[in-house]
Design a protein around this ligand. Structure first.
Ligand code: ADP
Ligand code: MG
Length: 683
């Protein structure tokens, strides 16, 4: 055995193990098991206890039992398809061992006549005699059979016996790793070492023993590893030196005076955070998180002004053209005339586009708005100093890192997201960034009243809609997007459109995924200009677009959506001064769980609170598509059950950052748990 302190063994590929060849390795690779370490996290589901030895007279049919028997006579029929048979006995009775598809020589070898053999297997009966078919647990050495064997969820092609052998082999050869946690942290887990914890993890008596110290320790390892990586990325970005941006108090105050509202405290606080970062000598990499309608855009625009005043260019990227245009129009309204801003739109004429590209290169344009097209290769900024990305919560750590590299060292980066997430997840998802949160809603905002209605009560809903339209309000009518059946979904929105158009002729617009982008924008613009009162759509109504006149949102088949998503949809309305309503429609009576969920939504308008509750009810994976975003999926740690461990890890990271401690002690932890290449730059 090699160096016992070395974790290389764990990172070796599986063929290093006795009994694992290319074939087994390939099978496991398909299950994302690439090395020995990965195998440790496939936990036993249950176990078979072979330690209890029975007498033949006590056997129970259908159960797996262990017996000590003596083979008396072979029967090797010369007819094909008939099994080989061995008659065996103990002091209390008779049993036959049956072998299909096996060689005579093999049977003779494992069941030598007149010698005691221990055998374990499922007992059946045939013509009044006990039998065990194709026994795999057979040996003259009873200690090899009388064991407790784990049942893992097995992969086709690997037998339970072999799999257990592999795991046992690994557990016997586990390197004893140098402890990476500090003493006081370890104490919280009753000083369980990593090594012992892993052994306990595979001990069949510990199945589902989530509350045990060894389990918590392992979960904590995992959390800390992921937080540490994020923290190191953040530190690395912070180390990048940049030219600090100077402040222009006058421009700042002018724009604030122009607003017909006061900034909320959280807006002011976020703006301060951002301005401090812009002003500092190290690169900003910050997330501005706030519920839909919390007023992030204005914060982004005011901070941009400072950057422009210091002679740098700003690029604001939105997910859609229409949103980019809305931001551009707002800036046009608020910014002093001397500041040159442009919208780079795919629809602009080529001459116009060329002009913008040229002027960006010559530093004639101070700020540009657009979709991801503003980061095409051919677009060169003379002096880019600030990148703002709106509504991109689905960017993973890697994409964000690329972005932050893009603008060069002098470029600060701000991401904005309207997807509140539970506190325990902030460090896992955004730990590589500094975070500012706008929790407070603008004071003029009225809560959206939320109702639930059965579909057969649609007449009531129509009556209500009629009244709202009469008062000059506009209505969103959302039909769900059923992933498996885009066609069906398309149908349902088309049908609803027809239905509503009969009632409200020429006053209904339709939007669904099959409509081309350009046409889509046209429809949205018409709706913004109040040419229609009702917009029927799938969930594609753009995130972030401000429809101040829309007052009612009706969501069909509401049980198809997660709470956070319903909350986001609901946030499309209620931006104006009038009372807004959200009507959740259901096909049939609600289950108790569904009722619980809907009540959370009715009682709260706080996206953060709702996301916490949503996570508790549905688990973390389902939370607004974070699964697809490359967010780390934990193997043991559970953001709901292990909230305390997430908070503990957060505290530990803060301590490490504050004391600027060397993280060398965590090298093995990081190498093992985060095999990403990003690590190579860190330790
Ligand atoms: P989001 O955070 O979802 O991007 P927006 O920036 O689009 O929100 O703001 C939503 C609306 O709220 C806009 O019409 C904006 O002008 C308005 N708004 C922003 N801040 C305030 C405030 N402090 N008081 C009142 N209205 C505000
Ligand atoms: Mg927005």
């Amino acid at each position: 055995m090699e160096n016992k302190n070395n974790y290389d063994y764990l990172l070796s590929d599986l063929t290093k193990l006795n009994g694992v060849g290319k074939k087994t390795m390939e099978i496991l690779k398909k299950k994302k098991v690439n090395n020995i370490f990965d195998l440790l996290w496939r936990l036993p589901k249950s176990y078979t206890d072979r330690t209890l030895v029975s007498k033949i007279c006590d056997l129970q049919i259908g159960r797996t039992q262990t017996i000590r028997i003596v083979p008396l006579k072979y029967q090797f029929p010369r007819i094909r398809n008939l099994p080989n048979k061995v008659n065996c006995i103990d002091q209390t009775g008779k049993i036959d061992c049956i072998f299909f598809n096996s060689h005579e020589g093999y049977v003779r070898k494992i069941l030598p006549l007149n010698e005691e053999v221990t055998i374990s297997g499922k007992v059946s009966a045939y013509k009044g005699r006990y039998q065990i078919t194709n026994p795999t647990y057979v040996s003259q050495d009873s200690s090899l059979i009388e064991t407790i064997d784990n049942k893992y969820s097995l992969t086709e092609g690997i037998t339970e016996k072999n799999y257990n052998k592999i795991i046992k082999q690994i557990l016997q050869n586990l390197p004893i790793l140098k402890e990476w946690h500090d003493k006081d942290v370890l104490k919280k887990f009753n000083n369980e070492s990593w090594n012992n914890s892993i052994i306990k993890l595979h001990d069949p008596t510990n199945i589902e023993n989530y509350k045990a110290n060894f389990y918590k320790r392992l979960a904590y390892d995992e959390i800390l590893a992921s937080f540490l990586v994020n923290s190191e990325i953040r530190k690395k970005i912070k180390k990048i030196k940049k030219v600090s941006k100077k402040f222009d108090d006058k421009a700042h105050n002018d724009i604030i005076n122009k607003l017909d509202f006061n900034l909320t405290n959280d807006q002011t606080k976020s703006l301060d955070d951002i301005n401090k970062d812009l002003n500092s000598k190290s690169k900003m990499f910050r997330l501005l998180q706030g519920d839909v309608g919390s007023g992030k855009t204005i914060v982004a625009l005011i901070s941009s002004l400072n950057v422009v005043s210091s002679g740098f260019q700003v690029a604001l990227m939105a997910p859609t053209e229409i949103l980019a245009r809305q931001h551009y129009m707002l800036a046009k309204k608020l910014f002093p005339k001397k500041i040159c801003i442009e919208l780079l739109s795919s629809k602009s004429e080529n001459i116009k586009k060329k002009k913008i590209i040229n002027e960006l290169k010559n530093n004639k344009i101070n700020m540009v708005f657009g979709t991801h097209a503003i980061f095409q290769k051919k677009i060169i900024f003379a002096k880019l100093g600030y990148i703002i990305i709106d509504e991109q919560h689905k960017f993973g750590v890697r994409q964000r890192k690329l972005l932050s590299d893009k603008g060069g060292d002098n470029c600060d980066v701000l991401l904005m997201s309207a997807t509140p997430i539970p506190r325990t997840l902030t460090m896992s998802i955004y730990g590589d960034m500094d975070v500012s949160i706008i929790r407070e809603k603008p004071s003029n905002r009225k809560e959206v009243k939320t109702y639930s209605k059965l579909e057969n009560k649609i007449d009531d809903v129509i009556k209500f809609v009629k009244k709202e339209i009469k008062e000059g309000n506009q209505v969103f009518w959302v039909c769900p997007l059923i992933e498996e059946s885009k066609k069906l979904d398309h149908q349902s929105s088309v049908n609803k459109y027809k239905f509503l158009n009969d009632i409200f002729p020429n006053n209904v617009a339709l939007l669904h995924g099959k409509i081309e982008n350009e046409e889509k924008e046209k429809i949205l613009n018409k709706f913004l200009n109040k040419e229609y009162s009702i917009l029927v759509s799938t969930t594609i109504i753009e995130v972030g677009i401000d429809f101040p006149n829309a007052n009612v949102i009706i969501i069909e088949n509401a049980n198809k959506f997660g709470l956070s998503q319903l909350h986001q949809l609901r946030g499309r309305v209620g931006r104006g001064l009038k009372q807004a309503s959200c009507i959740l429609m259901f096909k049939s009576n609600l289950t108790i769980n569904a009722k619980k969920r809907i009540n959370i939504l009715k009682n709260s308008n706080d996206g953060f609170e709702i996301s916490e509750e949503d996570m508790k009810l549905r688990g973390f994976g389902d939370l607004l598509g974070f699964k697809q975003s490359g967010v780390k999926n934990f193997r043991l740690a559970d953001p709901i059950q292990n909230e305390d461990l997430f908070l503990l890890a957060e505290k530990e990271i803060q301590k490490i950052e504050k004391e600027n401690s060397n993280i060398n002690q965590y090298k093995a932890l990081l190498k093992l748990y985060d095999q990403a290449d990003i690590i190579n730059d860190i330790v």
